[in-house]
Write a protein that binds this ligand. Structure first.
Ligand code: WT7
Length: 657
């Protein structure tokens, strides 16, 4: 942790004091601070109160205010130079390209909104599920839905039909927007087939999808349900070419969107974000993170199906009038230089990605980087997982050529945008490879030990947020009790009026007050920057007829950070075999999606359990990480450890090959 702070001699010379001045001022009067930050945006009506904290932890931001995020993402650019600027440079995996200006985006959003209202019947407050790949129609649909005052629920296009069905049912969505297919690694993924299956599964659970809007992307044959299915391009044709739909006035405290994420139970949580708070937080944090300038070309290489894409591909850049790059396909297709060739083609200035992608590209070898100039890059970012210092240095030296600071952003689906990160848009603090540095303005963060006292510098503890912030989740869709329990019950002391947000991440603060984020403290895995619940995976494995018990844990992986590994006990009459392993993996792929497939199924006769029957996952984790297994006095049957140990050793031997 004693990495020496890196100096910058370029534009971003360290300005720790300048940053701390700004920060201290922001947290001296949080409401006053967010009041002035929100005034940079367009509102139909401003607020009576910045923060309503009368019913914690159900904090409400900008009560009494009315707005629509479209006002800030699109309409405000009318009559300004931004209107004729490029909003998106889009590149398909096969190499097809589209350039979309703010004017074109505005027109298409209006036409789509017009048709969604007139032809599909979407009304304010309706929920629309969007299951689209990385094509321009995805941001267009999100904006059209929110323009009408609807709520979008975007489901990552890599999720299976079962995962989509669960999300449709939970949100009770009547309308689904999807595509015929899309390109991934040179092949067409038939998305409409999955959508059709999901609709059938949702019907079994009592939710009927009444309209399906289908974007033609891959040009493949699809099955068609007359009266229910409608082509996206036919809908657009129905709208007047200069259709105008007034952005529906929404209360700042209404729900802008739901986004599902994994937790510690089998059921994903629908995280709800607010109209006014999310808008304000994202608008400002985007500026602090990326210091946008008129000539910038910004590329957040995430998928819009995750919060990173919502915030840093759609709403953040558009509200700041920034030009973005959007790419449809696999990062190493057709070769490992694809990402860098896109950077050069569009003269990308600001590039934001995950440590997993960097580790993957680094592994391919520097020859793939060296073919490209990358000279336009001036800011680099990372998100999703801790970045190892070696990879940080590679990014800094090989990609940024030692002139682009690295903005390591720690945050979560629940927080709306970055929380702990450098803010070159204000003043760049000295960087330390592997640390996300300091809290952003308005964010009061700390590291506590198990008793709830501040952890000593250098001692591992749990990160907490001690004051509400505008980007915070409003709650969990349909489950207020789970919201309180998951995020506010660990360290809060309601009887004393103290409410503390608990992200469930380990962290250390060093002598300089810098935060080092160390991974999840709950039963949630972080695989390639994606969140997966261990219980969710176990539930999927347990649906296999051969399986009687399953325990899923994360094993360290040099590229993906973590990979799921499952220890499985078979039912009487079944024998371990490579075919059975494949079959169980296939089950996970079908029920959740390819990202969740375990790297390995370890067949064991017994799982280590406590006498009360609870599976001791920490023993599995210790064995996989090669650490001592610690206290085993509560073990019901010590021979279970030997079993698992053998299986883990075998796994590690194979992994080395
Ligand atoms: C979890 C949230 C927020 C967008 C992507 C993931 C981990 C996130 C960092 C970082 C270390 C990080 C945490 C967090 N995480 N960013 N810069 N350094 N860890 O969103 O799926 O909601 O996952 O990702 O463990 O809790 P998410």
């Amino acid at each position: 942790m004693s990495e020496e702070a890196l100096p910058f001699k370029e534009k971003y010379y360290p300005g720790l004091e300048e940053y701390l001045d700004f920060y201290e001022e922001s947290v001296r009067d949080i409401e006053g601070f967010w009041d002035s930050m929100a005034r940079g945006l367009e509102w139909y009506k401003t607020w009576d109160k910045v923060l309503d904290d009368s019913n914690p932890p159900f904090y409400r931001w900008f009560t009494g205010a009315e707005t629509n995020i479209n006002l800030n993402a699109l309409d405000r650019w009318i009559g300004t130079p931004v209107f004729d600027k490029v909003a998106y440079y889009w590149e398909g995996e096969p190499g097809d390209r589209r350039t979309i200006s703010y004017r074109e985006l505005y027109r298409e959003v209006n036409r789509l909104a017009w048709s969604l209202r007139e032809e599909v019947g979407i009304k304010p407050g309706d929920t629309v599920t969007i299951y689209l790949p990385m094509i321009p129609e995805l941001p267009t649909t999100m904006l059209a839905v929110t323009r009408l005052g609807g709520i979008h629920s975007v489901v990552f296009s890599g999720f299976s039909s079962r995962a989509l069905a669960d999300r449709i049912v939970d949100a009770k969505a009547k309308v689904l927007v999807t595509a015929d297919g899309f390109y991934r690694r040179g092949r067409v993924v038939r998305l409409k087939d999955s959508a059709d299956e999901a609709i059938a599964l949702a019907r079994e659970q009592g939710v009927e999808v009444e309209k399906v809007v289908v974007v033609k992307r891959a040009g493949v044959e699809v099955s068609w349900s007359e009266g229910r299915d409608v082509w996206y391009h036919d809908l657009l044709e129905k709208a007047p070419s200069r259709a105008y739909v007034r952005p529906e006035p929404r209360k700042a405290t209404d729900v802008l969107f739901i986004l599902y994420t994994s937790g510690t139970t089998g059921r994903p949580k629908g995280i709800m974000h607010s109209v006014g708070g999310y808008m304000t937080y994202v608008y400002n944090v985007f500026q602090w993170n990326w210091d946008p300038a008129p000539g910038d070309v910004y590329w957040c290489a995430a998928d819009i199906g995750w919060i990173t894409g919502h915030t840093y591909i759609v709403y953040g850049p558009l509200m700041n009038g920034v030009t973005s790059v959007m790419y449809e396909g696999a990062p190493d297709y057709p070769d490992p230089g694809r990402i860098w060739s896109i950077v050069d083609r569009y003269d990308v200035t600001t590039f934001y990605t995950s440590p997993t992608l960097l580790r993957l590209l680094r592994k391919y070898g520097d020859q793939w980087v060296e073919k490209h100039s990358l000279e336009t890059l001036r800011l680099l970012g990372t998100v999703g997982e801790p970045i190892n210092p070696e990879v940080w240095k590679w990014y800094y030296e090989k990609i940024g050529k030692r002139k682009a600071p690295i903005v390591d952003t720690w945050w979560q689906t629940e927080t709306g945008a970055a929380m702990i990160s450098p803010a070159p848009g204000i003043s760049l603090v000295p960087l330390k490879p592997g640390s996300a540095t300091l809290p952003l303005p308005g964010i009061v963060a700390d590291v506590l030990d198990y008793t709830g006292d501040p952890a000593e510098p250098g001692k591992k503890g749990l990160i907490v947020i001690k004051k509400p912030w505008p980007g915070m989740l409003m709650g969990i869709w349909g489950d207020p009790e789970r919201y309180v329990r998951t995020y506010w019950s660990t360290f809060s002391r309601p009887e004393e009026g103290i409410w503390i947000y608990y992200p469930a991440d380990y962290a250390v603060r060093d002598e300089d007050g810098y935060f080092w984020l160390l991974g999840r403290a709950d039963e949630v895995l972080n695989v390639a920057g994606h969140r997966l619940g261990t219980i969710e995976l176990e539930d999927a494995i347990l649906t296999h007829p051969a399986v009687s018990e399953a325990a899923v844990v994360g094993a360290p992986d040099p590229v993906k950070g973590q990979v799921p590994v499952a220890a499985v006990v078979l039912r009487e009459g079944y024998e371990p075999s490579p075919e059975l392993e494949e079959d169980i993996k296939r089950r996970v792929r079908e029920l959740i999606g390819p990202i969740a497939v375990p790297a390995r199924i370890l067949f064991v006769k017994k799982l280590p359990k406590t006498r009360s029957g609870k599976i001791m996952r920490r023993i599995l984790i210790a064995l996989l990480e090669g650490r001592p297994i610690g206290d085993t006095s509560t073990l019901e049957d010590p021979t279970a450890v030997e079993e698992v140990k053998k299986a883990v050793e075998e796994f590690k031997r194979l992994a080395k090959k």
